[in-house]
Design a protein around this ligand. Sequence first.
Ligand code: KIV
Length: 263
Amino acid sequence: MVTVESIIAMKREKKKIVCLTAYDYTMAKILDKAGIDIILVGDSAANVFAGEKTTLPITMEEMLYHTKVVYRAVTNSLVIADMPFLSFQTSVSDAVLNAGRFLKTGACGVKLEGGTPIIDTVKRLVALGIPVMGHLGLTPQSIHKFGGYTLQGKTRDAQQSMVKDAELLESAGCFSIVLEKIPASLAKKITDTVSIPTIGIGAGPHCDGQILVLHDILGLFDAFTPKYVKQYAAIGTQIRQAVETYRDEVRKGQYPDKNHSFD
Ligand code: KIV
């Protein structure tokens, strides 16, 4: 079974960490069987599962439901739950309560977006035995600050403060840090600086691991496709073809035939 400790060890052993998102039982079961190291119950569920424009609207109750059904499917992967907007920013005690609810539901840890402003929260969670994954760079809960899903860490100042944030997250006790949509050279600098694993998404090849949104790599979500997404299948097209064939067969009276009926 993958544990927080085994994830940290993978950096020392120079083994790449493979992560994907999942929000439901069926997909989580496939990912678990495929040997994915970390399944993130991402708040990207707001976009790809619920059709929201940003991740901001998703609630604690909705994220708990996704976490519960993912956890039910998993026997090997490490399940990490994404703390939604306003579930940890309001106070350290809110963060403890909400992170604790995710652990009660089956998650082995939580992911929080941000650097310096959340360091005390991270310290408290870790002190209470709640593993924390950090998240720097393009943190989608701050979309209105960034004004769009743009590359982060472009200026020298921004790069220096991101390296500092990564160091702070490490010393606060994070077991890994997601780096989203930043230059590959900056991701390399952070990866070389901290001793905990970095997990990249749109952050180039030098990170200790990679994460992508499952619906993106399967070709199930086409509202927007960032440059870093590689599509490994076109399941959306296949589903549409299957559904259209079913539609036509029902309309023509070809389904159900004798083989799919009882005498
Ligand atoms: O919500 C999410 O899916 C994420 C990742 C893709 C890192 O935060």
